[in-house]
Ligand binder design. Sequence first.
Ligand SMILES: Cc1ncc(C[n+]2csc(CCOP(=O)(O)OP(=O)(O)O)c2C)c(N)n1
Ligand code: SF4
Length: 542
Amino acid sequence: MQRLLLLGDEALAQGAIDAGLSGMYAYPGTPSTEIMEYIQHSKDAKERKIHTDWSANEKTAMETALGMSYAGKRTMVAMKHVGLNVAADAFVNSSITGANGGIIVVVADDPSMHSSQNEQDSRFYGNFSMMPILEPSNQQEAYDMIHYGFEMSESFGTPVLLRITTRLAHSRADVVRREQRTQNEIKLPEDLKQFILLPSIARKRYKLLLEKQNDFIKASEESKFNRYHEGEDKSMGIIVSGIAYNYLMENYPDQKVPYPVLHINQYPIPEKYIQKMNEEVDSFLLLEEGYPFIEEKLKSILAKELIVKGRLDGTVPRDGELSPNIVAKALGMEVTYGEHIPNFVAGRPPELCKGCPHTDSYTALNSVLEDYEMGRVFADIGCYTLAALPPLEAIHTTVDMGASITMAKGAADAGLFPSVAVIGDSTFTHSGMTGLLDAVMENSNIVVMILDNSTTGMTGGQTSSAFGRIEGICEGIGVDKDHIRIINPLKKFHEQNVEVLREEIEYNGVSVIIPRRECVQTLMRKMKVKRAQRKKDKEAEK
Ligand SMILES: Cc1ncc(C[n+]2csc(CCOP(=O)(O)OP(=O)(O)O)c2C)c(N)n1
Ligand code: SF4
C-alpha cells in the first residue's frame, strides 16, 4: 500500500478520507487546523465529494456533524481543546442521543499552552460524557484509529472522542494507507426517537448509555491499541498514555524497558491490565501528557493504598508538556536529551506583522484614550491580542472568544467609562454577536471595535463567516445605523480615525466601529497567486 509522510493532523484527515468520510466540520484553532486544511486541499476528497465547512464556531460544527450522523453518514468534527468548551452542550448531549452514521470528534489539546490560554485535558470531557476515547501515540495509529473509531461509533451507536496533543499534531512520520472504503448511503436511525431528548426519552437513552459502559470497557481491554509489555524489574510498573510512550522510549535506545509498562491509547481505562500490573509491582509511575487523568482514577479502581508517582506527588511537574528529560528525571536517570539548543531557536516574543491593520487601529485608540484616565480596553482572542505587549500595550483583558463585548458591557454596567471592546471579525461571528445583542437590549454605554481584516488571521487565514456581513449583522441585532462607523486603519487616516473614535466614545449607547483593511499576509498570498497566473497566461500567449 501507499506510504505517505504526514503530520499527525494530516494522518487523521487521510484516515478519514480513506475510511468513508462524507462530511467534516471544524472551527480553526492550533493545533487542530491542519486536519480540515488537508481535506480541503485533497484531490481525493474533492473527487469523493466530501463536504467540508469552516463552521461559525465549534458548537455549530458539532451540531452539524450530528445532523450528518443522523442521516447515516460518517462525519468528523475538529477543534482545539478550548473549542470543546464552546461545543460542550452539543457534545455532552450527543452521548445521550448516540450516533447513527459514525461520528468522531477530534480535539487537539495544547499542553504547555504554546498557543492557548489554558492546557485543559479533553479526556475529562470524554469521561464526563461517558464516551469512548482514543489517544494515538504516533501518526500511523492516528490514521488507523480513524478507521477503528468509525467502526466503533457505528457498532456501539456512540460518538467517539479522539484526543491528540500538539507534538503529535505537528510532527511528521510515514503512514501506510489502507484500501479506501466507500461512503455510507443515507439511512435514518432505527430508533426514530433517539435524537428527541425530551426528558422521557432522554431518561431511557441515559440508561442505555450507562448499560453501554461495560461494553466500552471490554472494547478497551480487547483493543489492539492498549498494550501490556512485560518487564523483569517489578519494583515499579509504568502506566503511560498516548504520545508519552515516545518520551519513555527515548530513554531506552535499545527499546528495552526493565519495568512492566502498560501503554493506554483507548479509554475507558482497561481495568483488567491495571489489576494485572497491581498484582505484579510494588509501585506505579504515571506518565501522561496533560492532566493526571489515569493517575486520579487509579486509586478508585484498585481501592487500596498504593505508591503512585506522577504529577500529583511532584515526581512529574504538575503543568506543561512531558519531554524525554522530564521522564528521565522521573525514572532517576541522567538527563541528556537535546542539551545543546542552538541560539537561532531561542524564544522571541510574538508580534504583529509589519503593516498589520491592527497596529493602526490600536494607534488611533491609544491616542484617544490618553484623554480618559479610566479608559479600559476589553479585548478578545486573535492576532490583535498581541497588542497586550510592547510597544502598543493597548489592551487590558483577554479571557475567551467573545468575552470582549460582554466584559465591556459588565464594566460599563458598573459605571466604568469609557468601556471599549475590541474583537476580530471571525471572533465576532464565533461568539461576539450574542454579547452585542445583550448590550443593545440594555443600550449599554460601550464602543465595540470589530477589526475586520477579512480573514481568520491568527490561525493562518481561513475564511471568516463574517466576511461582507458585519454591518448587516450589527444592524439586524439593533445597533443604530448612525453609530455603525467604518474606518480605514492606515497611518494617513490617523487623525480622522481618532475623531470617529472620540465621537463614538462620547455617544451614550452602543456604537460599533469597523476598522476595515485586509490582513497583509492574506493580501500578499493573493498577489503571489495573481502574479503566478499572469506569468502563466503570458507564457501561454507566446
Ligand atoms: C474557543 C476557541 N476556538 C478557537 C480558538 C483559536 N483562535 C484563536 S483566535 C481565533 C480567530 C481569530 O480571528 P479574528 O477574530 O478574525 O482575528 P485575527 O486573528 O484575524 O486578527 C481563533 C480561531 C480559540 N482560541 N478559542
Ligand atoms: S497575520 Fe494578518 S492580522 Fe495577523 S498580525 Fe499578520 S497582518 Fe496582522
